[in-house]
Design a protein around this ligand. Structure first.
Ligand code: GSH
Length: 234
């Protein structure tokens, strides 16, 4: 048992209490927060948020909209897209901003503005990589898609992954500031989506990136979520 490892039973308990305490309460002290996460029935860009909510012991309604009914829900979303997190009826969009917010709430952000900057810059870089992969994966013109494939696999991917690997190595199996932060959850939550879009395990040859993932998915509450979450292809 330890007080700060982040993954033992004592830490889990402390975290779930902390998650409840940090949330707003009404004047009687009763916890009133209701969390609802709306997305499609896939992991993709909502899964880092689901990991963080589970890590924090925060109960949430996991709403999974079917593609054929999406058109009915779209007008209800602040910018017509999902994921959308709703806290006591207040809606907020943008997956990265939501992860950052939960990271702060759960105290897995930086201790200084500079540390927050280091975490943010990694998160934005992961998001840049996501955009480049998506540009290839979602291209509908087969010729254009083909022309994007080689540069993506041979140049772009190694460019990012080699740098991520070096960062993970020098940060003791984390992507920033040498300890578990929300950007580790961001990467671990997105990795299945990356692998799906690229049809390969992109971190196969990167042991320190595997460590980053394992440091997240090995946390009991996250592990438990992975075991019970609905199956989805990406
Ligand atoms: N930058 C936004 C992107 C949101 C986004 O692209 N959502 C897609 C699903 S991954 C969506 O809602 N698509 C349906 C639509 O645009 O009608 C975020 O990270 O939350």
């Amino acid at each position: 048992m330890c007080d700060s490892c982040g993954s033992c039973e004592a830490c889990e308990l402390k975290r779930s209490h902390k998650a409840i305490n940090i949330l707003d309460s009404d004047t009687s002290g009763d916890v009133v927060n209701k969390y609802k996460l709306t997305y499609f029935a896939i992991k993709a860009i909502a899964e880092p948020i689901r990991y963080l909510l589970n890590y924090g012991g925060i109960q949430f309604e996991d709403v999974r909209i079917k593609r054929d009914t999406w058109i009915n829900h779209k007008p209800d979303m602040p910018f017509g897209q999902v994921p959308v997190l709703e806290v006591n009826g207040k809606k907020v969009h943008q997956s990265l901003a939501i992860c950052r917010y939960l990271g702060k709430q759960l105290k897995i952000n930086g201790n200084t503005d500079w540390e927050d900057l280091e975490i943010d810059s990694m998160a934005d870089t992961i998001n840049d990589l996501r955009a480049k992969i998506a540009l290839y994966h979602y291209e509908t013109d087969e010729e254009v898609k083909k022309s994007r494939k080689l540069p993506l696999y041979v140049e772009t991917l190694p460019f990012y992954l080699e740098r991520f690997e070096a960062i993970a190595k020098s940060n003791d199996g984390h992507l920033a500031i040498g300890k578990l932060t929300w950007v580790d959850f961001y990467f671990a939550g997105l990795i299945d989506y990356f692998n799906y879009m690229l049809e390969k395990n992109i971190i196969e040859d990167y042991p320190h990136l595997k460590e980053v993932i394992n440091n997240v998915v090995g946390i009991p509450s996250v592990k438990e979520w992975i075991e019970r979450r609905p199956l989805s292809e990406c």
